[in-house]
Design a protein around this ligand. Structure first.
Ligand code: OGA
Ligand code: NI
Length: 347
């Protein structure tokens, strides 16, 4: 009986116990279900980064600024992350989730403070309803502080993932400069606010689901970090909230999806919003997505940029350390309410 399975990981419950119904702890109340028939296919902007370092830079920066203001989400092409690096990363993720259960379970933990961990749902210590997802979470910057914790099986895991992390970090730094400029700030302003900088990633594995109308891979949430760079495979599942409607972001090969996280919302003093998004699942195919969460280091002090605070637009948030915000985020379930409410300026 699936509902009484003792398996720690969802993928093993799905593949070994051959369930044909979603177990009760994954079922959302009727009012919170995804309503998959009410989804729009209007897309988010696709921005070509090839001119970011040419004479047309300001044009690309304008496009990025507009996408941040209007959508909080955009896709990028010609981003200089090699296709082979992307293909190797996706293949290693696929291979990792195919390892035998006992091999994967060596790094399983439900402790969200661990810097390398395989787990399931979002935070099973705090949530009441589980999510249809397993994930491997890694810290990746500074690389030498964490790489020794990473899996060594598959054998090329560390090499391929490290190469991907370095390359995507280069893209993150370019985007952060462009976002800084698009706000009218010095190109290096945001980068300077991030302390030693931080970079985390997740390898998300969403198994096929017998009743995708009843549950989520991940329910609506905003990302806590600065910006997220998402790689997804060919299976749709990401949806973004726009003007009260969920729109599906269908995969485009060799592009990344970028979204503004909560820390850009704070630094921009609410000019750019960290937008709700969610992952839905489907009956037919497994889905893999690989978000890179670029973030400040825990000791970095985050607050609205002084240049963006005026008499007409006073500071919306007080200053806080990223570590403080990060701990609050992981100590509660994944919620549609932003944790930024805890850091509002008291006028
Ligand atoms: C996330 C996330 C979306 C996806 O991991 O924060 O929003 O498509 N993932 O997996
Ligand atoms: Ni997210």
């Amino acid at each position: 009986m699936a509902a009484t399975s003792k398996r720690l990981l969802l993928s093993d419950l799905v593949s070994s116990d051959k369930i044909d119904k979603v177990p009760s702890n994954y079922i959302r109340p009727i009012s919170q279900r995804p309503n998959l028939r009410h989804v729009f296919h209007d897309s988010i902007p696709l921005i070509d980064l090839s001119h970011l370092y040419g004479p047309n830079r300001c044009h690309v920066v304008d496009q990025i600024g507009r996408a941040c203001r209007e959508y909080g989400f955009f896709q990028v092409k010609n981003h200089r992350v090699p296709e082979s690096t992307i293909a190797n990363m996706m293949q290693i993720a696929r291979d990792f989730f195919k390892l035998p259960e006992e091999e994967r379970l060596k790094i399983y933990t439900d402790d969200p403070t661990r810097t390398t961990r395989l787990s399931t749902s979002f935070n099973i210590r705090t949530e009441k309803i589980a999510n249809w997802r397993d994930f491997l979470r890694l810290h990746c910057h500074p690389l030498q502080d964490y790489i020794h914790e990473w899996p060594t099986n598959p054998a090329s895991f560390r090499d391929h993932v490290a190469e991907y992390c370095r390359s995507v970090r280069g893209l993150a730094l370019q985007l952060i400069e462009a976002i800084s400029e698009s706000l009218g700030l010095d190109r290096n302003y945001i980068s300077r606010q991030l302390g030693k900088h931080g970079q985390h990633m997740a390898l998300n594995y969403y198994p096929p689901c017998p009743q995708p109308d009843l549950t989520y891979g991940l329910p609506g949430h905003t990302d806590l970090n600065l910006i997220t760079i998402l790689l997804q495979d060919h299976v749709p599942g990401l949806q973004v909230l726009r003007k009260g409607h969920w729109i599906a972001v269908d995969p485009v090969p060799n592009t990344f999806i970028i979204n503004i996280g909560d820390q850009i919302q704070v630094i921009s003093n609410n000019k750019y919003k960290s937008v709700l998004h969610r992952a839905v699942v489907n009956c037919d195919e497994e889905r893999i997505s690989i978000p890179t969460f670029y973030c400040p280091s825990p000791d970095a002090v985050i607050g609205p940029a002084p240049e963006l605070v005026t008499d007409d637009e006073p500071a919306v948030y007080r200053q806080f350390t990223y570590g403080e915000c990060y701990n609050k985020f992981w100590n509660r379930g994944l919620a549609t309410e932003t944790c930024l409410d805890m850091f509002l300026a008291t006028n």
